[in-house]
Design a protein around this ligand. Sequence first.
Ligand code: PLP
Ligand code: TYF
Length: 399
Amino acid sequence: RFTSVEQAPPDPILGVSEAFKADKSDLKLNLGVGAYRTEELKPYVLDVVKKAEKALLDKGENKEYLPIEGLASFRSATAELLLGPTHPAIKEKRIATLQSLSGTGSLRLGASFIARFLPGTAVYLSNPTWGNHKNILSDSGVEWKNYRYFDPETVGLDFDGMMEDIKSAPDNSIIMLHGCAHNPTGIDPTEEQWAKIADLCIEKNHLPFFDVAYQGFASGSLDEDAYAPRYFLERGLEIIAAQSYSKNLGLYGERVGALNFVLSDSNSAQRVMSQAKRLARALYSNPPVHGARIAAEVVGQPDLFDEWREEMQGMAGRIKTVRQKLYDELVKLNGDKDWSFITNQIGMFSFTGLSPAQVENMTKKHHVYMTKDGRISMAGLNNAKTEYLAKAIDDSFRN
Ligand code: PLP
Ligand code: TYF
């Protein structure tokens, strides 16, 4: 029965960590998976998370099931973080928010909703995008297509191509947009460009689906990083938005996130909520409780909330510092090449433009582990290793 099941290929991102573990060299550096590391290259548990967990323990939390839609205090906190606490959609109850299994599970719940209630609607994904978007949609039975996004010539945004492709998509399509800090490129539209994308969504009656995986982690500001979804709402569009607390609260393994439908009336929000709950019931029944309590505790206690924002700025700041240092080192090694893309890109990643063969040189010769598409996770780099990395990149570009 199982003998005909073929071996699956390793995940293109998580497979990199496996190869890294097997490397015995002292020089090795893992810039594959997007997970924050300290200056000592160790995983980081935020102080506010430790404090919130202590408070929960003192309170004596039980382990009862949550409702299908998740923890009420977390649901209101996460909607307020996304939209801002005084947003009319919250007051008017035009938002359906379900706690789900971090960003991935929230996207998956959204995809299941699309498959059932918007059948035949294709989701348009940026080319490139986070690889798991395609898996999630395909496994949910949702058709996906690409819109142009990255221009290798300029190592920047192919904005004209993006606009053309969104324009030629059939009316009522779904457009997946990265809320901020686009993964893998680190390139976001400007405010003027967001305005034009929103114009097109209005003209074509497209539904924007925001993947918000880095709110507060990219710029250090929760508000700045939520600019795009909030702006689209201001323009009168309805949106779907998936949120993750993996990066900004460092809750990777706790699986804390949410799926939001921000709609034009409370009636629709209520009906959509009831159906999304039915889908969640069959997928996983109810979401995990511990991490949601941590997030609700941090957002709900003003002193913890302030401290969280400081720690987020610390993480975002450390990444910006190593970005700048990597740029400086590369300019020292080769002043003729334009390296400005490194400091122009934001968030966790840098999309280097290294070819697959050059990436192989990075790994085989220099023990630097990264994804084949040329993406490096800046969050896995420290000051001490930037000079080594710059030499490896410079050498690989000359190969
Ligand atoms: N979406 C994007 C663009 C991401 O980069 C990630 C994580 O790296 C996620 C979603 C989901 O991560 P998680 O499932 O840990 O929240
Ligand atoms: O590095 C990235 O782009 C992500 C990280 O369950 C990740 O793929 C790893 C595991 C996971 C979700 C996201």
